[in-house]
Design a protein around this ligand. Structure first.
Ligand SMILES: Nc1nc2c(c(CN[C@H]3C=C[C@H](O)[C@@H]3O)cn2[C@@H]2O[C@H](COP(=O)(O)O)[C@@H](O)[C@H]2O)c(=O)[nH]1
Length: 306
């Protein structure tokens, strides 16, 4: 994941709309004395888990659709997770590769027990079809085979996913340079690691190589902590819920600076408190804080990536 780390640092060093405040960053690290509060994976109790390959299929489909809930004010991530879980409990074949290729928008709503059109519904359906088709074509229909092919390497798994599933190629152009963010591919690794407690399908020898997952919650938390500072124009648009365009400098800076800031926090925790912290642990802590404080203003970008 060096590509993610290097390209987001490149953006952070040239950013003009977003600034990483190193004084506030150090204050935050000092306030926890370098010990990141532990948050249990699935602290919400919403996920499907049976300890086997069907759980891997569930997590892959979950992360294929893990983006852009905010346009519907009542829809949140939990609806996606618990909807998929309930449909698997009703019918264990619901997420089979051949079935994934046939879902329509209304059927997807039914799967998620949601009565209105979903945000970016056509894209969600297209991505579901893509997952089904590519799984069938190259992985015997099973996401578990994707994971086996990575041979316990998170970096390999992300590379296999982004090579085979175009919908997971979360990147942007910034001042002419390609910037890699890979939010949903990385979160899939984290979900496996969390669900399987670092064993079996969740065993990765290089788990420390992944970064945080640049969504719309983590930046809101970092801003609340004073670690991210926005220009007054950007602050005003976010606070007034004005959309930030996908691919704009502002959007790329928000996401890249979030990754960069948390990498800096990890480095500081290591040098000052002699502790090794994983980005996943940082992410889970910050994200759970963010969802518990749902009033935090977040940037609004229409995107299939997060
Ligand atoms: N950085 C980061 N972003 C995450 C997650 C998760 C869920 N992870 C599972 C793993 C362990 C936990 O127990 C969770 O069950 C979702 N998101 C993002 O949040 C946004 C949804 O917000 P709202 O509209 O309020 O529901 C949306 O962009 C979604 O993609 C995470 O962990 N990290």
């Amino acid at each position: 994941m060096e590509e993610v780390r290097a390209t987001t640092a490149w953006v952070a060093n040239r950013a003009t709309h977003v600034m990483v405040d190193s004084f506030e960053l150090e204050k935050a690290v000092d306030s926890i004395q370098g010990s990141v509060p532990k948050v249990k994976w699935d602290f919400e109790g919403i996920h499907y888990f049976d300890g086997g390959p069907l759980t891997v299929q569930y997590l892959f489909v979950l992360d294929a659709l893990n983006f852009c809930f905010w346009p519907d004010e009542e829809l949140i991530y939990d609806h996606l997770a618990s909807g998929l879980k309930a449909s698997l409990q009703k019918d264990k074949y619901a997420l089979d590769a051949n079935r994934l290729q046939m879902y329509t928008g209304p059927q997807l709503r039914e799967l998620l027990n949601w009565s209105r059109p979903l945000p970016l519904e056509e894209e969600r359906v297209r991505l579901l079809h893509e997952v089904g088709l590519e799984l069938e074509r190259n992985f015997g229909g099973e996401a578990a085979n994707l994971v086996k092919a990575s041979k316990n390497s998170a970096a390999s798994l992300i590379s296999i996913i982004t090579s085979n599933f175009p919908g997971f190629r979360d990147h942007s152009l910034y001042k002419g340079h390609q910037v890699f963010l890979y939010k949903r591919a990385q979160i899939f690794v984290a979900d496996l690691w969390g669900a399987f407690k670092g064993e079996g399908y969740g065993k990765f020898n290089d788990i420390s190589s992944i970064t945080i997952f640049a969504d719309y919650i983590i930046p809101a938390v970092l801003r609340q902590l004073g670690i991210l500072k926005y220009s007054s124009a950007l602050s005003d648009s976010i606070d007034s819920k004005i959309e930030v365009c996908a691919g704009s400098e502002e959007e790329v800076e928000i996401r890249a600076c979030s990754i960069y800031a948390v990498e800096k926090m990890r480095e500081l925790i290591k040098s000052k408190f002699k502790k090794q912290v994983l980005s996943i642990e940082m992410d889970l802590w910050l994200w759970s804080y963010g969802v518990r404080n749902s009033a935090l203003p977040h940037h609004r970008t229409l995107s299939i990536y997060y």
